[in-house]
Write a new protein. Structure first.
Length: 274
């Protein structure tokens, strides 16, 4: 930031009902659904059953962990609830604050999908927060799918939702899942029964498409992929430790060592609570 400039904190507010209807009509056209002129999506339940998605929003989450899957779920015609402890906007890694649309108290009691984004600092705080843990354990016990991206799986694990399940996380904390009873697996997206977990940050769209296929069918998910023009061609082959090599991997681990150590302590504490 240039000296003398002030940091701007943007707050993303929920869309108005009119904007939501108009946006969904455009989305429906993009994926091949038909909505009669002037008729809201909710008026056609037989055409597109409503899917309820609860997305935990927490301070210091990685914004991309949230908005990648959120975009795909929006295209999948889901009703997305951004759930926070309160309705106060929460910070993200890039300075864009997200305003929850509901709270732990007011959120639906049952979700088709319960989702947790990552952000290691924020994930650690969630793992230590009794209110977050209670909410996750309660809603996760009934959700049709229990899901995460990046270090969000640590939150699921701390809430006791990954015991006996294959799961993944960001590569530098994936091993911690075993501490909380999960079976760590190397994979961009790992599905085990109704648990769907994804690797670090950019795996969020892969996760979203996998979930969309489970909810709406593969053909529907492929149309979403086409709508998003999702066909990644990264300029470098350095997105995994295997590709980056030991020197670069060691440098990242050294820089993240204090947070990784804190995550280990939080995972061990969660295991003791179980």
């Amino acid at each position: 930031m240039v000296a003398g400039q002030r940091k701007v904190l943007a707050v993303v507010e929920p869309a108005s009902d009119f904007g939501q209807i108009d946006r969904r009509a455009l989305i429906a056209a993009a994926v091949g659904l038909s909505l009669a002129p002037g008729v809201a999506l909710s008026a056609q339940p037989d055409a597109v059953p409503q899917i309820q998605v609860g997305m935990l929003v927490h301070p210091d989450m990685v914004l991309l962990d949230l908005v990648g899957p959120q975009t795909v779920m929006s295209l999948a015609m889901a009703q997305v609830h951004l759930v926070g402890k309160t309705r106060a906007p929460v910070s993200t890694d890039v300075g864009v604050a997200i305003a929850p649309t509901t709270t732990f108290v007011d959120a639906p009691k049952d979700f088709d999908v319960l989702f947790v984004p990552g952000g290691l600092k924020g994930s650690i705080e969630c793992m230590k927060d009794p209110e977050v843990m209670a909410f996750m354990a309660d809603r996760g016990s009934r959700a049709r799918y229990v899901t995460s991206v990046c270090t969000g799986s640590l939150v699921l694990g701390a809430a006791g939702l990954l015991k006996g399940y294959d799961a993944t996380s960001h590569w530098y904390v994936r091993d911690l899942l075993a501490t909380m009873g999960a079976r760590p697996k190397h994979g961009r997206v790992v599905t085990d029964r109704n648990r769907i977990t994804a690797g670090g940050v950019t795996a969020g769209i892969d996760f979203g498409l996998t979930l969309a296929a489970a909810l709406r069918g593969e053909d529907f998910a492929k149309k979403i992929q086409l709508t998003l023009e999702y066909s990644p061609e990264p300029p470098f082959r350095a997105g995994t430790p295997e590709e980056a090599g030991p020197a670069m991997t060691g440098d990242v681990l050294a820089r993240r060592a204090p947070l990784i150590a804190a995550a280990r302590e939080a995972a061990e504490a969660a295991a003791r609570r179980a």
